[in-house]
Design a binder for this molecule. Structure first.
Ligand SMILES: [Zn+2]
Ligand SMILES: [Zn+2]
Ligand SMILES: [Zn+2]
Length: 270
């Protein structure tokens, strides 16, 4: 599987849209991998996770054919992950040459949000209301199981276990330390890649979002329990200026644990 990271920041982006803090100033000066937009990724050019407000920028920056995306999985409806009004741009007369439906998968609020914002046409959009721990067969080769995150007590926020052929990816940010039910489901499972929430950086706390320490601890658990397959890796993502660690610092810090640090535009193959 090919994983293309489109954005790797928390809600405000890094540099933050309105922020004057020293870490946003530094990111602006240094540029490159320190410029982080709102989080999303594409798998094998056809399956996308989340639709953030920076999607149009991602299309321009990485020359993405967004019409080629057939499956869109939404983790939760926070504004940095879900902008349904922009999905509407897939409809005529805003888009030409789009001939297949976009399958959108999400929980109640996602489905409601799509219905309210998209001029819904069956031939162009298919909405799939998914439930935690119920596996979805996406195509003949791909299945996705939504798992529960600890992120927002007012919403069922999801992370995803994505399996294709003999490969598997655990895709999780905006998760906090996983709730018991998710650990229970993961028991005995193995995967080639885990993408984890590192919003807090060196700051304390692992409820709602994770931090450096929680990412390292999860990496240890995955390795000790052989959940991470041979050659498997953890990639940290969803960074915030509040953590204050710029890309090179993050790389230096995490290299000791064999953990990779995501950056915008990064492509990884499993
Ligand atoms: Zn987020
Ligand atoms: Zn800042
Ligand atoms: Zn969120």
């Amino acid at each position: 599987m090919k994983i293309h990271f489109l954005g790797t920041a928390a809600a405000e982006g890094w540099p933050g849209m309105f922020c004057r803090c020293e870490f946003c100033q530094k990111a602006k000066e240094l540029g490159g991998k320190n410029i982080r937009t709102r989080s999303s990724a594409i798998i094998d050019n056809i399956l996308k996770i989340d639709f953030p407000p920076d999607t149009y920028h991602h299309v321009l920056r990485d020359k993405i054919d967004l019409a080629a995306i057939e499956y869109l999985f939404i983790t939760h409806t926070h504004s940095d992950h879900f902008l349904p009004t922009d999905i509407q741009n897939r409809s005529p007369v805003m888009a030409h040459g789009v001939d297949r439906p976009l399958h959108i998968y999400g929980h109640d609020l996602v489905i409601q949000g799509c219905k309210a914002s998209i001029n819904y046409r069956q031939e162009l959009y298919e909405l799939h209301h998914i439930q935690p721990f119920r596996c979805v067969q996406v195509d003949e080769r791909t299945k996705v199981t939504p798992l529960i995150a600890d992120h927002d007590k007012h919403e069922t926020c999801l992370l995803y276990f994505i399996e294709k052929d003999d490969k598997a990816i655990l895709y999780g940010h905006d998760t906090g330390w996983f709730p018991f039910e998710t650990w229970e489901w993961l028991e005995g499972k193995s995967f080639d890649l885990a993408i984890l929430d590192c919003t807090g950086g060196p700051l304390p706390g692992r409820r709602n979002h994770m931090n450096n320490e929680a990412v390292i601890e999860m990496n240890d658990i995955f390795r000790q329990k052989a959940m991470l397959r041979e050659g498997g890796i953890v990639i940290a993502t969803h960074f915030s200026h509040n953590g204050g660690m710029l890309h090179e610092e993050l790389e230096r810090f995490f290299s000791r644990y064999d953990i990779l640090v995501a950056y915008d535009g990064m492509v990884y193959h499993v």
